[in-house]
Design a binder for this molecule. Sequence first.
Ligand SMILES: [Zn+2]
Ligand SMILES: [Zn+2]
Length: 346
Amino acid sequence: MKAALMYGPGDIRVEEIERPACPEGGFILKVSAIGLCGSDIRNLTTDSRKGKYPHIYGHEIVGVVDEVSDTCTEYKLNDRLYIYPVDHCMKCEACRTGHSEMCENGGDYTNRQGGFADYVPVTRTQVERDSIYRIPEGVDMIRASLGEPLSSVYACQENINVTFGDTVVIIGAGPIGCFHAKLAKMRGAKKVIMVEINDKRLEMTKQFGVDHTINSMKVDAVEEVRRLTGGKGADKVISANPSTQAQAQAIFMAKKTGLVVFFGGVAKGALTELDTNYIHYNGLWIYGHYGANSMQVQKAFELAIDDAFEADKFVTHVLPLSKINEGIELTRTGEAIKVVLIPNEE
Ligand SMILES: [Zn+2]
Ligand SMILES: [Zn+2]
């Protein structure tokens, strides 16, 4: 089979390798489509595995069952499936309290073969846990591949209850920021303000219901948010980017008793300087968001494949797997919103 192997930071080669053996109690999935995620790009372009190469990344996997172990009774040939990358045990305290995103025994997708390949093995443990979802007949596989990246956005807005009448500021107009804008509008937000440094990206966000765009390189974003909110600040501010500076600024965009979310991770070890007196005297809520619990994963997937979500608008580029390096470039430059790769080329 063909696979995109990472040999080191930024060194990704599409090569012919042996098809994986079918795991006992599991199956082999023929990958139909696989999204290219910001975290994939971070992993592919840094020394993410400390020298342990080659490795195949890719975690936004949808496909069709191609081979099944005799001892796997749940799935059969040609079943269309979406594989969520983290399988939760549903037994630990985190899982039992509704926070399976913090599962103490969760499967680590970064240490098994990923989906940037024609075929991917799915293990017995994955089958037995909560990580496999059926894709209904007639649903486009590319759409279905958005279930995974949408899951954490969905979970975040459910947890902070973005609701009717809210003013929401989103900092960072990458694919995740665009999902946030669309979802906030669907949940009834009155005003969505997008802050970003790239004009091209800002322009693209308007199709997702963004009411105001701010280029923070050109104007003082805090002042501008205050102006657009009658001097008050926003109900909810979501920082969806890797900048510590943006995180520091975010708190000044929130209204008194407003809520600030640190959604995007920053570089490992980087520290953000926060005016905690400002947080204290204005009664701000600071929330770090990560992942999605099992039920939120399911609901986000149902939303991704619902016509109302208009998933197709987010997917600006569909490329064969062999063009993965091009996909990385398109995403990094802001040319693309979401790139989806298609393995199993002729
Ligand atoms: Zn657990
Ligand atoms: Zn992802």
